[in-house]
Design a protein around this ligand. Structure first.
Ligand SMILES: C[S@@+](CC[C@H](N)C(=O)[O-])C[C@H]1O[C@@H](n2cnc3c(N)ncnc32)[C@H](O)[C@@H]1O
Length: 383
């Protein structure tokens, strides 16, 4: 059925930048480039036994929140970077809030109204992204991957990139074929372009400190993210002078640096070799021990903690790590999550182990895309 066209009534938003309709045979169809309430002609892009994926190629009845996409390279079959270019800005946030609420309810049995907050720094939700990863084709032309494809969409610019990234200049150059080109723009005004791995660093400034960050390595990508996340992590952690804290999946030490002045000790655990070296440099002089290890392996030894901050990659921490975290005896866990589904799964494990989800804050760190960041607090026992 791949390539077939269908006419669908779109029912609701789902996780992952898609909305849901039903084919005549009853199968669910996950449709990109549409909105709840629309009637669209779709082209099927993938067929599975129990569901289909499709792109809306013609809008027969449009939703009031539909707008012309600001980006000329977005749309069915084109650049796969943004999911919601065709959606009014306020509605993008409502869709993300709906997805968070549904994932928490469905996976963790928690009913909670969530509001997705804007983050300072972007201009009408464009020009916010300080880290870009372009891919090059066989001729060395740089662009972005199409959705769920290895094919590269040639582009002239990227409207979500901060302007100093100068994407137009990058896509005009010829690069090594089949490579990855990264551009990092730091808050201190540096611009670093690299092909593949690199030993250089840029300097980021956040929460009153400087951080060395490896070029092409992890740093929060939204121009306002580091400040906003640090502030909310600290507030939810509620640190006390006698606390032993863990900062897990610590990157170059952003949250450890924020916690350290308020507590007895912080142990920061990170597996990326370059990030570990940068964190040791960034956290010098603070009561922080930086451990270069995988969190799952490190937690196999006996660990005691009062407060845990964890900011795992997209797939979440997983049942084994979460179970070991509960065994640390921590009274509070501040879980920073970039995927509401992974958060929902890990929340279910924590709740089964006696923790309560007491606060959920959501931030629009990725405007125009379906991604959203949550900062959540789990507590157990008297706090
Ligand atoms: C979402 S980033 C968070 C970084 C940091 N909290 C920050 O805000 O800058 C996740 C980090 O986890 C690291 N990581 C991924 N898997 C890991 C693992 N199994 N053990 C330890 N660190 C891991 C990555 O290298 C990355 O630095």
């Amino acid at each position: 059925m791949s390539g077939a066209t269908l006419i669908l009534d779109i029912e609701r938003v789902a996780h992952g930048g898609v909305c849901v309709g039903h084919a005549e045979d009853g199968r669910v169809v996950f449709v990109r480039h549409t909105l709840p309430g629309e009637q669209v002609r779709v082209e099927v892009t993938e067929e599975r036994r129990s569901y289909l994926r499709a792109d809306a190629v013609e809008v027969l009845r449009s939703a009031p929140a539909r707008v012309p996409p600001p980006c000329p390279w977005a749309g069915p079959g084109r650049c796969g970077g943004c999911d919601w270019q065709h959606v009014d800005l306020a509605e993008q946030r409502r869709l993300k809030a709906t997805v968070i609420g549904e994932q928490l309810a469905h996976l963790a049995g928690v009913t909670r109204g969530v509001e997705v907050q804007a983050v300072p720094g972007d201009e009408d939700w464009l020009h916010w992204r300080t880290r870009m990863r372009l891919a090059t084709d066989g001729q060395g032309r740089a662009g972005f991957h199409r959705h769920r494809s290895h094919q590269i969409e040639p582009i002239g610019d990227c409207l979500i990139a901060v302007e100093p990234a100068d994407v137009p200049a990058l896509v005009q150059r010829v690069w090594p074929p089949d490579a990855e080109v990264t551009v990092d723009v730091s808050s201190t005004g540096e611009r670093a372009v690299a092909v593949g791995s690199h030993s250089a660093t840029v300097t980021e400034r956040a929460a009153g400190r400087d951080f060395a960050v490896p070029v092409g390595g992890f740093w929060q990508v939204h121009i306002g993210a580091a400040e906003v996340l640090t502030r909310h992590v600290l507030e939810l952690a509620g640190p006390q002078r006698s606390d032993r804290c863990l900062d897990l999946y610590a990157g170059v030490g952003l949250f450890a640096a924020a916690l350290a002045p308020h507590v007895r000790t912080v142990t920061a655990v990170e597996s990326d070799r370059r990030a570990v070296a940068a964190a040791r440099r960034n956290l010098r002089g603070l009561p922080v021990e930086v451990i270069g290890a995988r969190v799952d392996r490190w937690l196999r030894s006996a660990v005691n903690a009062d407060v845990v901050v964890l900011d795992p990659p997209r797939k979440g921490a997983g049942r084994d790590v979460v179970t070991r975290l509960a065994a640390t005896g921590a009274r509070s866990l501040v879980y920073v999550a970039c995927d509401p589904a992974a958060l929902g799964r890990d929340a279910a494990t924590l709740i089964a182990l006696g923790y309560q989800l007491v606060d959920v804050r959501a931030f629009d760190l990725f405007p125009m895309t379906a991604h959203v960041e949550c900062v959540t607090l789990f507590t157990r026992g008297a706090v």
